[in-house]
Design a binder for this molecule. Sequence first.
Ligand code: BDP
Length: 323
Amino acid sequence: MKTPTRLLAAASALVALALPLHAQTMKAADVHPAGYPTVVAVENMGKKIEAATQGRIKFQMFPGAVLGGEKEMIEQTQVGAIQLLRTSLGPLGPVVPEVNVFNMPFVFRNPAHMRAVVDGPIGQEMLDKISASPAKMVALAWMDSGSRSLYTKKPVRKPEDLKGQKIRMMGNPLFVDTMNAMGGNGISMGYGEVFTAIQTGVVDGAENNPPTLLTANHYQAGAKFYTQTHHLIIPEILVMSKAAWDKLSPADQALFRKAGREAQMEQRRLWDSYTVDAVAKLKAAGVEFIEMDNKPFFDATAPVRAKYGAPFAELMKRIDAVK
Ligand code: BDP
């Protein structure tokens, strides 16, 4: 070996020896399965960070709720057992009440309006509020989950059709109130229990976006009527455990923020095509998409917006003003 080659070999051996000392593997978690847009975007974010830090920081993705339901994963993130979590804002409401302004029914006109809001100053302010709250989490980026509509065993076209129907909602009193206002009986339940609950008749239906309806197979449990209420347009969020965040150097923190923002944009592209595909697959599987006028559901939920929106009156005006 020539001297420079030898030096190089010695140097890389040293690097290899030194790496494990500083290298750390962060746990990333999601309730969704491998291949889902949120999972893929976060995996790619992890790869970018791993490359940029020469392997000093690695990620291991735990998809499919293997680390627990969303509520449990939020708790694990708070105590630092999970370092990076993609979660709906729904179950984050009871932990950081400020986020409930985005959890209200019909607070966004459509998913494009939601994107414009989270991409702009209001979205950044909300990330900062979460990070500054006592929740021990640092909010990095937003993700898309389209709009949530109802799926039931019997067709629903208007609020009266929901009378007596038990509908699973995410764990947040705001959603139970929303469903009660829409005409049904809201039942708060973890995502992992919904399939069996529909199948055994503990609930008569649930509500979600097409990709989740497809991947969770809830239509196979018997909820085959998908009523296009679009009543909730909830952004999802990528949060880090504050314990892990505080250990990062300022340069690494800047890298995480940048990669997070890129993941936000990538997830959105993936989301759009995944949704088109999910709708086609659901229709092919016999799910009936019911198009109707959702104004009666909008009107019926006005008291929910009045009750939960009271502390956010100014912010709601600003949200509304976003084009
Ligand atoms: C999906 C969200 C996921 C929630 C789930 C639910 O992406 O984060 O856990 O709904 O309904 O749309 O619980």
